[in-house]
Design a protein around this ligand. Structure first.
Ligand code: C2E
Ligand code: MG
Ligand code: MG
Length: 267
């Protein structure tokens, strides 16, 4: 990206952040045993007036470099909690079957800047969402060598009853020791591992070992990037708990996701 293109993107991103121009899509996550929706991941989208829908792969790095990510992360947290509170409210018998968990991606900068706990408290209070219906996703590279402050923040998140998922697991950065050290509830196997299943015998063996490791540590194991029925069946067969991917559903705008939940609830 050229220097001036990047500057322009940064300026537009700043305006979009301040002006409510960022939206969230939701991608459902399924129990591989029952086939029901257990969670949904909130994924940012930026509908740009001239450039169309910009992917987070393009603008998250800009937001990270400029520090804007802290503000963006706070906005994502609040609107995801509000959305999930609606899912819970639209259940026919409120309180009987809990609505799906909403899972929100969090940047290390959001934690290091000291903003996360305040943003979290605000989002839970404003939305009224039950903390056990919320989960934060941290990418593996974020937590390679967690500082004391990061560990304390994560412990405080867990004390609230909010879940913590280690995202993009198996891409080679986090040690197994880190898995034990962090107060995790979920590991999400990176889609680069899922892609070649089950033909690639090495990746199949690695995924089986990672599922067993996750279970040994009492974590829920989620596979990302499931694109085929063969991959789904393989993962279900080795006892992987949950799955997410284009085979089930692409990320959807909030209204489409809410409709899907309502139809599933009646079915
Ligand atoms: P991620 O958290 O690992 O999210 C999963 C990404 O994989 C999403 O890309 C999703 O659309 C994509 N995906 C899901 N299923 C499949 C599949 O079957 N095949 C393939 N090829 N891809 C699949 P997306 O939405 O473009 O997001 C990219 C990354 O941007 C996310 O990766 C996450 O790291 C980051 N991101 C998105 N929203 C936020 C946010 O609110 N805050 C922060 N800090 N980062 C975010
Ligand atoms: Mg994620
Ligand atoms: Mg991921």
């Amino acid at each position: 990206m050229g220097h001036s293109t990047e500057r322009r993107l940064e300026r537009d991103l700043r305006a979009a952040t301040a002006g409510g121009g960022l939206t969230l899509y939701y991608q459902p996550r399924f129990s591989l045993a029952s086939g029901s929706v257990v969670a949904a991941e909130a994924l940012l989208r930026w509908p740009h007036p001239r450039l169309g829908l910009i992917s987070p792969a393009t603008f998250i790095p800009v937001a990270e470099r400029t520090g804007l990510i802290t503000e963006i992360g706070g906005i994502a947290l609040l609107s995801a909690c509000r959305e999930a509170a609606q899912w819970a409210a639209q259940r026919e018998v409120p309180g009987e079957v809990p609505g799906p968990i909403v899972s929100v991606n969090v940047s290390l900068r959001q934690i290091v800047s000291g903003a996360l706990l305040g943003q979290l408290a605000l989002a839970l209070e404003e939305s009224g969402l039950s903390p056990d219906r919320l989960e934060l996703e941290l990418t593996e590279s974020t937590v390679i060598e967690p500082s004391v402050e990061t560990m304390l923040t994560l412990a405080a998140v867990r004390d609230l009853g909010v879940g913590i998922a280690l995202d993009d697991f198996g891409t080679g950065h986090a040690s197994l020791a880190a898995l034990k050290l962090l107060p995790l509830t979920v590991v999400k196997l990176d889609r680069s591992l899922v892609r070649s299943l089950p033909d690639d015998r090495e990746d199949s063996a690695i995924v089986q070992a990672l599922v067993a490791t996750g279970h040994a540590l009492d974590l829920t194991v989620v596979a990302e990037g499931i694109e085929t029925e063969i991959q789904r069946a393989f993962l279900a067969g080795i006892g992987c708990d949950e799955g997410q991917g284009f085979f089930f559903s692409h990320p959807q705008p909030p209204a489409a996701f809410a409709t899907r939940l309502m139809l599933a609830g009646q079915g």
